[in-house]
Design a protein around this ligand. Sequence first.
Ligand SMILES: C[S@@+](CC[C@H](N)C(=O)[O-])C[C@H]1O[C@@H](n2cnc3c(N)ncnc32)[C@H](O)[C@@H]1O
Length: 179
Amino acid sequence: MTVRLLALLWVVGLPGVAGCIHPRADVPYVQTPHEVVAQMLWLAGVGRHDVVYDLGSGDGRLVIAAARDFGARGVGVEIDPRLVAQSVESARRAGVGDRVTFREQDLFQADLSSATVVTLYLTREVNLRLRPKLLADLTAGTRVVSFNFDMGEWEPAAVVRVDVSGRSTPVYLWVVPAR
Ligand SMILES: C[S@@+](CC[C@H](N)C(=O)[O-])C[C@H]1O[C@@H](n2cnc3c(N)ncnc32)[C@H](O)[C@@H]1O
């Protein structure tokens, strides 16, 4: 399943560099380019009062950038322990080790109650599976940003397009509504 998915992602040209697939991962490890990381955090309006969760946090780049460049606190949720260890070390080197946390956990099991911003680079299928949890667990007003993949009929509040290796690629923003 995951091998077929990785092959498909390569075929459709998912932006980033595919690395490895953890046996329990729903999505392969593909990095968000650094310039897109900044645009995602900017689109979400991240500031020093925010707690930014990256679900499937890879090498930790979104969480680390949120802390280092936007003054936020951050939590990365990642199923691959090697990537969690790499993220912890990168955060320490970036001088934000005290502002970020990385959890080795399935993102579908994560406690999101303290998030004010959630960042995603998954797939459309995983976004759709995750959508009910986001709408149930997140406080109204929480911003959700996704690189490249939408949320079906949940209409975004904004879409910006970023250039990734010559391809115009969408970044979506949603704001969790009041129940
Ligand atoms: C496409 S990568 C994105 C990495 C990072 N967020 C970024 O934008 O650079 C998706 C990440 O999600 C992780 N992942 C996949 N399924 C997961 C799950 N069920 N729970 C937690 N992490 C998962 C993968 O190991 C991978 O690191």
